[in-house]
Every structure is written in structure tokens, then in C-alpha cells.
Design a protein around this ligand. Sequence first.
Ligand code: ADP
Ligand code: MG
Length: 565
Amino acid sequence: MLKNQILKQYFGYDTFREGQAEMIDSILNGRDVLGIMPTGAGKSLCFQVPALVFSGITLVVSPLISLMRDQVQALVANGIPAAFINSTLSSAQTAKAIDNARNNKYKIIYAAPERLDLPEFLEFLQRSDISMVTVDEAHCVSQWGQNFRPSYLKIRDVIEKLPKRPVISAFTATATSEVKEDIIRLLSLSEPGVLITGFNRENLSFEVKKPADKYRTVITYLKENPDKSGIIYCSTRKTVEEVCSRLIGDGFNATRYHAGLTEEERTRNQDDFLYDRKAVMVATNAFGMGIDKSNVAFVIHYNMPKNLESYYQEAGRAGRDGTPAECILLYGGQDVITNQLLIDSANDRDEMEPKMLELVKEKERERLKKMTYYCHTSDCLREYILKYFGERTVGFCGNCSNCNDNFEKTDITEQAQMILSCIARLKERFGIKMVIDTLRGSKSEKVLKLGLDKIKTYGIMSGVPEKRIRDIIHYLVLQEYLLLTNSEFPVVKLAARSKEVLQDNAKLSMKMPRENEAGNSLAKAAERRRKAYGNSSSDSRIESRKTAEDPGLMKKLKELRLKIA
Ligand code: ADP
Ligand code: MG
């Protein structure tokens, strides 16, 4: 059966999502794969569909015991024979499952990694036709990963004991480059097809604040956004209690969630939030697993989490409906210390040997460092996150606190009109420099000799710094409102899209590096007030001179420009 037929018949979907078809094709071609796709992207289908095509059995190793049952139930409900083997089964149930498996009753078998040791199970695997081994949550194999599970290291041994080497497919939602390399090495993936998809969440904006008073910052935000629903994550139960009761005391519609509450209260509070009876959920990271509330408009971190995996996962609960949502991290120096303590004191993990435990802790400290850098970088926050997860980036996003502080979105409609009409009046005969000189009313010999001071647009941008005009022209070329000839002395010409600006009055805006950000708060404030630049000529001239005199600032501006390009 074709993969599209299987998709429709067994899962009831019409189309594959981003990356799914590629993963499935690779697997069906017998190639190992590593799929790094965010939570909710649909990784399960990537191995479930090929499992139905293969003649033999697919073994799925998963660490999430609670989810295993759900997944298997869903498969069975769709008419796919499946079972799971983990510690929730009694030994009689386990024996029964293995017995059924021997009699070829299952197409897909989920197993917890610890169960791979079980002699009967191992024996079954060795005697069966195993077409594929899938490792879900594959980051667990790496000490660099978020939830390292030593038993994941056994997977490779089991595969080696199989009579025929199966296809190996591995999936995870978070893999830094170290984790990626570990997965490939520790699972012995052979020339795997690696696919990383869609970590960027366009509708989320990112912000880091370092407030003196975190609580004040929170209530200011809540007052400014009275109708929004959101989550406030705190690092400890105690902080949850404090923040929540203060919020309620101050008249906000808040509730709380952490592992110290009774199950009854947790369910009640969670439902209150899910069904919009309470607008604000104050919670520890215990809240959110498997929760899919679409209209979470903000996620505020009252404390910095211990790594970017946690941060992005929690922040990512905002804006599931695709509408703009805010992710705000309130950083305080104490957060680093608290996390360090948490890492140092966690000693009871998965029966880990002391040496291994020390290694794991070292890597956790390393990841805490990267989380901390996030709070201190002046680069684009989105880029920082995406880079961490190994995704290619565009340099700056224009939708995070760093981009917004260092860049601004500027309306350039009028300037673009002036530039284009100047080029038209110059009969498209000159290069960028002459266009700028004409616009700025230069009295250079060349301009005067050519009589350019007689044309109508001469001097209409006299107050605008040369660099700004040049930036706009470059942008217009990039967006194909203008074109540059490919000659030794490139000439600027009108392009097909020029009409949109000159006749249709298209609104244009571009992101520009803020100027005068060298710590001069007065100049900064003036710059912000003057949203559309160039309308205050004397100011602009002073600014451009200042810029030219300050090599540090020049360098910074150059870097910023490079980022745009
Ligand atoms: P992941 O493991 O990547 O977090 P899941 O495999 O659990 O994600 O899938 C998340 C949800 O997306 C599930 O409800 C699944 O049924 C749904 N889904 C997956 N693929 C598709 C598809 N092609 N079309 C529609 N829904 C899909
Ligand atoms: Mg999954």
C-alpha cells in the first residue's frame, strides 16, 4: 500500500506534514534516519506508516511509560495490531504479551528500554523478523541530552544481536549538535538521513528582562494585558505559592499548579485554566506536559530555567493558535545559583553510577551556562535559541527584545518615493552615489557640471544621512523595487515593482539598526521619538557626524548591517 493510502485509511489524514513524507521515504528505502522535529510535529507517524509497509515487526523504544499506553490504544483503535511492554505490566501480562508477539499478533511493539534486558523478550526479538527499530525521544541516549537514560545505551547491543540488521529510525524534539552526534554514534546509525524541521515559531516574541522587582514587572504586564490568558512559571513550589497568593490578593484572576498539591486540586486548577475560568496559571514546570491550550497569549518565566530545552518547551506553550504571543523571561542573578544548587544536589537519578552522575552534572552545568548567556546576549534571542537547536537562522528576527532595542521598524514609503522619482528624473543613467548626491543636494563639481541641481528632486533629502539613503536603496534593490545593472559601474534603474511605489502608493517599511545607541540616553530617546527618521534635519546631521567620529559605534553599525544582509 502506498504511504498516502495508509495515511488516509489508518490515520484519517489527507496530507503529510512538513518532513513526514521525506522521513517515511528514507525509511522505506532502507535508510537509517534521525528526525529532529518539535513536539507536536507528528513524529509518531514517521515510523508508524513505514511500520505498516514493512513485512516484519517494528520495535519502538520509548522512555515515556505513561504515553506508551495511549499510543498503543490509539493504534489499536485505528486497526493496527500493537502492544507495549513496560514495568506497568505484571509478569503474567508480560509473558502473555511476548507470547502473542511470538504468534505474530503485533505489527508494532513498544518497549521501555529497561525491558530490553528481559531474557524472554530478547529471545523473542532474536527469533523474529524485526524490520525496524525506532528510538523515540532519542536524546535520552546522550549525556548531553535533557533526560539521559543509561538504559538507552543498551539499544545498540540489542540491535547487534538481531539476526538481520533492521532499519533504525530515531526521533527527538530537542537535539543540540552534541546530542545529535551522540545519537548517531551511540545508536550506530549508518549514514542516516538527518532532518531538522520547523523549530522557529514566528508568532512568538521573546524578551529578557532584568527587573529589580520581578513581582512589580508581572503585575504591570498583567494590568497592561487584562484580557489575556497566560502562564507564569516559577522554579519552586514556594515561589508559586507566594506569587499566586499575592496576585489573588491584588485582585488578579489567578490559580496555581505544582506537584505538592493534591491530585484533586491540580485537576481542578488545571481545568479552571483550560476552560478560561482563570486567566493566569502560576506553576512549576510540572504544569504543561500534554496540555494543549491554544489561546495562551503569554508565558512569563519568573525564574530562569536550567537549560534552553526546558525554556523553549515551556515558552512554546504560548501561541499554539498561531496568533502573536509573548515569551518573557525575568532574569535574576539568584536564578543561576538556585539552578546550580539543583544540579549539584540531584543524586538519585536512574541508579546512575557516581562517575556517570558526575559527567551528567558537568554537562548540565554547561547547559545552564548556555541558558545564562541567553539572558546576557545582545544578539537576536530567536537566533540564539534556533542556533542552539542546530537550525539555520536569518541573523535577526525583529521580534525579540534585543532586535527591538537594536533595530527598529521604520516606515520608508515617502523616502522610497523620493528615491524612485529621483532615479526616474535622472533618466536611470547614474550609479548609487550620484543618486544620493542629487537627493542630498550636493554642490560637488560633477553634480553641478551635469546640471543635476536643476532637476526637480535635487536636495529633497538634504537632511538624511548618506548612509541611510544608501541602506534604503540597497533594501529597494533587494526587494526588487529597483535594479542594479551588472556593469563595471552599476547603474540604478527602475524595476517592474517600481510602479507599486510610484503609482499604487504601496506602504514600505524596513528594519534599520538604531543609530546613537552608544549609551547616550538623550540621543536614544530622541531617536525613539522620531519614528520616521529624516524629518529633523539638523539632528540627523549632528548624528551622522557623531557616528563617523566614533569608530566603536561605526563597527557596531557595520555588524548590524551585515546581519541584515
Ligand atoms: P510528536 O511525537 O512529534 O510530538 P505526535 O506524533 O504525537 O507528535 O503527533 C501530534 C499530533 O499531530 C497527533 O495528534 C497526530 O495525530 C497529529 N498528526 C500527525 N501527523 C498528522 C498529519 N499528517 N495530519 C494531521 N495531523 C497529524
Ligand atoms: Mg512523540
